[in-house]
Design a binder for this molecule. Structure first.
Ligand SMILES: Cc1cc2nc3c(=O)[nH]c(=O)nc-3n(C[C@H](O)[C@H](O)[C@H](O)COP(=O)(O)OP(=O)(O)OC[C@H]3O[C@@H](n4cnc5c(N)ncnc54)[C@H](O)[C@@H]3O)c2cc1C
Length: 244
């Protein structure tokens, strides 16, 4: 499989490559599949942080295309982890639908990072969807471990399938989680979030914002935070997780 030019750039940047061995597949919902892998030394080599994501290489007619997936349930001692696939029509999603134990897949690690602000945030605002839910759960775990309930989370999660809201969100009782159906190409989510994030509800200097949904929705929410509410860019961690 010949990798695209991105493979060459990643190599120059010092990316690390690994071969993952698929050991099983589990249906969380019909549209959310968990794939278990042996890590090929990945976890001991790169270490763990919340929201850790890797680049998987999928073959399309002999050409390698990378797609980002989040590491879940990592066990560095056993050298195993899983990945949750939100299912749609796509190269990566199709692979997850049909992959069998014994299959291998190449993975590259480069560019993943996460840190809460130095001082504990007053509140953490999160916007995501099933694709970023694995990362959100790792962020909630880290919040629970490091900050306790001192920094409550308010989260909006956009969904497209009826069963999506049944997927586990590891929130605590002081958190508020709202599932929002995807409507009008994501505008419904953006409007609900922007209406809720106002100068009265948000502290531009003390709050932390983690935004990872569809790319144009992510951009619109970040623009609101920066331009309307004047939030410093260091208090915003945002990345479009997929593109409509
Ligand atoms: C840092 C990072 C971590 C990520 N972690 C995860 C993860 O753990 N689990 C996960 O499921 N995804 C994750 N994603 C998102 C995933 O990389 C994208 O959804 C990717 O586009 C899927 O590739 P594909 O080949 O299946 O579809 P593509 O070939 O990219 O797209 C095919 C079609 O599917 C649509 N599409 C793509 N993704 C989605 C989606 N999520 N929902 C609805 N429609 C979609 C596109 O608009 C397009 O029409 C992550 C993304 C980033 C940036």
């Amino acid at each position: 499989m010949k990798r695209s030019w991105e493979g060459v750039v990643l190599k120059v940047m010092g990316a690390k490559d690994f071969t993952l061995h698929v050991t099983g597949r589990q249906e969380i919902t019909p549209d959310f599949l968990r794939i278990h892998v042996r890590d090929g030394g990945l976890l001991s080599s790169v270490g763990l942080h919340p929201t850790l994501w890797i680049r998987l290489w999928f073959d399309d007619a002999g050409k390698g295309h990378q797609r980002a997936y989040t590491v879940v349930n990592a066990d560095p001692v056993a050298g195993t982890f899983s990945m949750d696939f939100a299912i749609h029509d796509g190269l990566a999603a199709d692979w997850a639908r049909s992959v069998q134990p014994g299959t291998t897949i190449e993975a590259t690690v480069q560019g993943s990072a996460f840190a809460f602000p130095d001082t504990a945030p007053r509140r953490i605002w999160v916007v995501g969807d099933p694709a970023s839910l694995p990362a959100i759960n790792s962020l909630l775990d880290e919040r629970n471990a490091v900050l306790g309930t001192a920094a409550p989370v308010t989260a909006w999660l956009e969904y497209q399938h009826d069963a999506d809201p049944s997927i586990e969100v590891r929130a605590s009782t002081s958190d508020v989680v709202t599932w929002v159906p995807r409507k009008r190409d994501g505008d419904a989510l953006v409007e609900e979030v922007v209406l809720a994030l106002t100068a009265d509800t948000v502290s531009a200097v003390d709050d932390f914002f983690w935004i990872a949904c569809e790319a144009s929705s992510t951009r619109a929410i970040v623009k609101h935070l920066r331009k309307v509410l004047g939030v410093d860019k260091h208090r915003i961690d945002a990345l479009g997780y997929w593109r409509a």
